[in-house]
Design a protein around this ligand. Structure first.
Ligand code: TRP
Length: 336
């Protein structure tokens, strides 16, 4: 019997990059050994800000599944499922929506930031669905009685809101739901190759888990280094160099030290330094790429993993739904 149950997930809106790897995937691979793990591909949530682009969400279901499997999420240990195929989540969302005020949703810092970033999509007024996605995320977690949610810092306000919903539900209808706890990764957000605080598709500064060695090399060669260092023998400052920043993630401690010392002494050129980094990234991602190829060549196996995972997850959601309906006095026509 594994002890606690994990529930986590991602919006299928793009391929995953090394920021996701260090920020969450690596941690999940570790945690699946110890906990009963459920991972949701949150297509319904993805539609809240991509309702006008259903093709994008559909296409990325497979990409995310391949990303999961390639990094070592093991379908024997972790259950991967698709949100829209579990109608109980949608049903719970409706019930929970009575337990949350609009003002509270508008105050959610994550929602607030995202709305500000999506002015182009939402114009003057945000949709009901987007404003309410924390309610739907609370349903994602509680449908499975998730106790631990490994996620990034940006998810904290969503988990807090989920906990409030759980407390409110339990205080009115009885102790049915579990209050989840967030589990933050050791590595916080990874900066982009251009030095931007965030790595992301729209910023064009990301290395994807599926990138080929050629793509990785090309991207690393374009990374931002110390702008004051023009010639090789200029003394470099690794503290403001993205190549040094990435060496810290992909290069051994001793090698890192040597790289930085030679850079500071003007003894190591940026080109050599970048080539070495590119090679280290390529080597680190090699087993991930290999696993990806294995699954890419077996699309029917990936389908099977998703179908079986979703069936298993749905069973649990159905059980929760029964308890919830009973507690809410919605269990009509049941024998006593
Ligand atoms: N909101 C999460 C993100 O944008 C995705 C997500 C959906 C999620 N449902 C979840 C994360 C449940 C943790 C638990 O990355």
């Amino acid at each position: 019997m594994k002890n606690k149950r994990i529930l986590t997930g991602d919006r299928p809106t793009g391929k995953m990059h090394i920021g996701h790897y260090f920020g969450s995937l690596k941690n999940r691979v570790k945690m699946q050994e110890e906990y009963e793990t459920y991972i949701e591909i949150a297509d319904v949530q993805a539609l809240t800000d991509n309702f006008n682009n259903p093709e994008k969400v559909r296409k990325n279901i497979k990409e995310i599944a391949l990303d999961y499997l390639s990094v070592g999420i093991n379908p024997e240990k972790a259950t991967i499922f698709i949100q829209s195929m579990i109608p109980e989540i949608a049903e719970l969302t409706v019930f929970y929506s009575n337990l949350v005020t609009i003002a509270r949703l508008e105050r959610n810092p994550t929602v607030k930031t995202e709305i500000a970033q999506k002015k182009e999509l939402f114009g003057e007024s945000v949709t009901y669905g987007f404003l309410g996605y924390p309610v739907s995320q609370a349903a994602d977690i509680t449908a499975f009685k998730g106790e631990l949610v490994p996620a990034g810092e940006d998810q904290m306000p969503l988990i807090e809101q989920c906990r409030e919903i759980v407390r409110k539900f339990n205080s009115i209808y009885g102790e049915i739901l579990k209050e989840p706890e967030i589990v933050l990764s050791e590595t916080k957000r990874i900066k982009g190759l251009d030095g931007n605080e965030k790595m992301g598709k729209s910023l064009g500064n990301a290395i994807y888990l599926s990138d080929s060695p050629e793509e990785i090399t090309k991207k690393v060669m374009g990374a931002v280094t110390d702008p004051n260092r023009i010639k090789k023998d200029d003394l470099g400052n690794p503290d403001i160099c993205m190549v040094a920043y990435y060496h810290n993630l992909f290069t051994s401690k001793e090698e890192c030290k040597a790289v930085c010392e030679e850079c500071k002494a003007g003894k190591r050129g940026c080109v050599a330094c970048k080539k070495q980094l590119a090679q280290n990234i390529i080597d680190t991602l090699e087993p991930i790429r290999e696993k990806r190829t294995y699954y890419e060549e077996r699309p029917e196996l990936v389908d099977k993993i998703l179908i079986e995972g979703t069936n298993k997850a749905r069973q649990i959601a159905k059980e929760t739904m029964e308890e919830v309906k009973k507690a809410m006095k919605l269990d009509y026509f049941k024998e006593q």
